[in-house]
Design a protein around this ligand. Structure first.
Ligand code: HEM
Length: 220
């Protein structure tokens, strides 16, 4: 079932990465309802279609698992194929973000485990769990759970650091995944690289905007 060639693995890596980027964009858009005090309406809307929600979760879980597996395999292949002395010249054009994809990916994976326990399973801070606290309309109070979480300096810092890892991962990942599909040539390369980097920067700022507006007291 899985590709046996290195090229096939790289294409699947790029495809699964792009699926995850689409999720990251959709999640940022959904989370932005917090700026209009509509986060509870959005969260309740998601839960209103349980079958669709679980089908989507299963699909995204499979995509993420494949992405992690291929990331490990390709990193090992890359290391084995590159003799020690040769590595320096091969790294001349490589960026910090590009060289550390496996580590920023690992940090994102660790963040995701914490994030799911925090906001989805809601066991890390039970007193503010949305499942235990209803809003005035009787819905799970996801808004207060998020606000009270980021009012704690430790949690806000952890999210900010994790978003730096995500930003670095996307800084290399978005443009690299487009190049893997062969959608570049000498003329379009700067455009692909530039657009990928801008998209990564926008997503990074979009994600940190939520903890930042809560820390400075704009959303409370
Ligand atoms: C400031 C940043 C973030 C905030 C405020 C945030 C907020 C939330 C909230 C409130 C939920 C629970 C929704 C609910 O059950 O009602 C959630 C779930 C989730 N978040 Fe985030 N999130 C952030 C960053 C991220 C990032 C960077 C990723 C991925 C790299 C991510 C992936 C997920 C996933 C996979 C779920 C589970 C979705 C589900 O229940 O099916 N989140 N997030």
């Amino acid at each position: 079932m899985l590709p046996t060639s290195s090229v096939g693995r790289k294409l699947l890596m790029a495809f699964t990465g792009q699926m995850l980027v689409l999720f990251v964009i959709a999640h940022a858009a959904g989370n932005s309802t917090i700026f209009f005090s509509k986060l509870n309406t959005y969260a309740a809307g998601l839960k209103a279609l349980p079958l669709l929600l679980w089908a989507f979760r299963a699909f995204m879980f499979a995509v993420a698992a494949l992405h992690i597996y291929l990331g490990i395999v390709l990193t090992l292949e890359d290391r084995n194929a590159r003799p020690q002395g040769y590595a320096v010249s091969k790294h001349l054009r490589a960026t910090f973000a590009g060289r550390n994809m496996i580590w920023t990916g690992t940090l994102i994976g660790a963040f995701l485990i914490y994030h799911l326990l925090h906001f989805t399973v809601q066991i890390t801070n039970p007193s503010i769990a949305a499942a235990r606290n209803a809003d005035t309309l009787g819905r799970p109070d996801v808004f207060q759970m998020v606000v009270k979480s980021f009012q704690q300096a430790g949690i806000a810092s952890l999210y900010l650091l994790s978003m730096i890892a995500l930003g670095l991962h996307l800084l290399h990942g978005i443009q690299s995944s487009v190049q893997t599909w062969g959608l570049n040539n000498d003329r379009s390369l700067p455009l692909v690289e530039g657009t990928g980097r801008i998209a990564a920067a926008v997503l990074f700022l979009w994600y940190i905007a939520i903890p930042v507006v809560i820390v400075v007291g704009i959303v409370k």
